[in-house]
Ligand binder design. Structure first.
Ligand SMILES: Cc1cc2nc3c(=O)[nH]c(=O)nc-3n(C[C@H](O)[C@H](O)[C@H](O)COP(=O)(O)O)c2cc1C
Length: 212
């Protein structure tokens, strides 16, 4: 069983990355082969509207024909059994790198003959991990919309939110008076271990589901 985790945060050891690492450990506890890919290591763009994936003369559907460093990642994703995505919320949506990744993945799995038709014939269970400084309730629609893009992968799609995250180790070094450092640290100490445990469980559960 192959599990691919995609980190849409530029930070490799912070909130989003830690949730993904925990979900990966959960998947590994079920015997899965895992890989973590950091989008910020790659040079790529979003969809460039070449429409090669919609041409009648291409041999393969469900393939993004744009060639850059995301191309092999998309191929791996479409061959995986479980997909774990992680993104911080930046200015009310996923990060730009995650959005570009989603454009490429979701557009090549969308049929222009019939929007309701599924052209990807595999089954990939997925979970989206979102992290944010604010509260989940403000962003529910955005979270749902991004998660729903993964429905075309034929498996279950769900999301998990870690809210009120810590942004810095030492708030006193930043012009960030709007935040209550003590309150945030206390919340982090109490809540983040629970978030990590939930992520572990999601990684393990999706693999159990895949095993049938
Ligand atoms: C450019 C930028 C924009 C952000 N915009 C939002 C936002 O709109 N809403 C929010 O709740 N948090 C926002 N944040 C906070 C991050 O979502 C939050 O700190 C997140 O947990 C960071 O993830 P990381 O620790 O994995 O890097 C923003 C952070 C940055 C750097």
């Amino acid at each position: 069983m192959k599990v691919i985790a995609i980190n849409g945060s530029p930070r490799k050891n912070w909130n989003t990355a830690q949730l993904l690492q925990s979900a990966i450990k959960g998947a590994q506890s079920m015997g899965a082969e895992t890989e973590l890919i950091s989008l910020y290591d790659l040079r790529y763009t979003g969809c460039i509207s070449c429409f090669a994936c919609k041409r009648k003369d291409v041999k393969e559907l469900c393939r993004c024909y744009l060639k850059d460093e995301l191309t092999p990642v998309l191929e791996k994703v479409l061959q995986s059994d479980v997909l774990l995505l992680g993104s911080p919320i930046y200015l009310g949506d996923v990060t730009g790198m995650m959005r570009s990744f989603l454009e490429r993945l979701a557009f090549c799995t969308l049929s222009y003959d019939d929007y309701t038709m599924r052209i990807f014939d595999g089954c990939i269970h997925s979970a989206f991990f979102f992290t944010m400084n604010g509260k989940e309730s403000i962003y529910e629609q955005v979270l749902r919309q991004n998660t729903d893009l993964l429905k075309r992968l034929g498996g279950s799609s769900e999301y998990y939110v870690a809210e009120n995250t810590l942004q810095f180790n030492d708030y006193s070094r930043y012009r960030a008076a709007a935040f209550d450092e003590e309150g945030k640290k206390k919340y982090h100490e109490q809540q983040f271990p629970k978030d990590l445990a939930a992520a572990f469980e999601i990684g393990a559960r999706l693999c159990r589901k895949m095993n049938g």
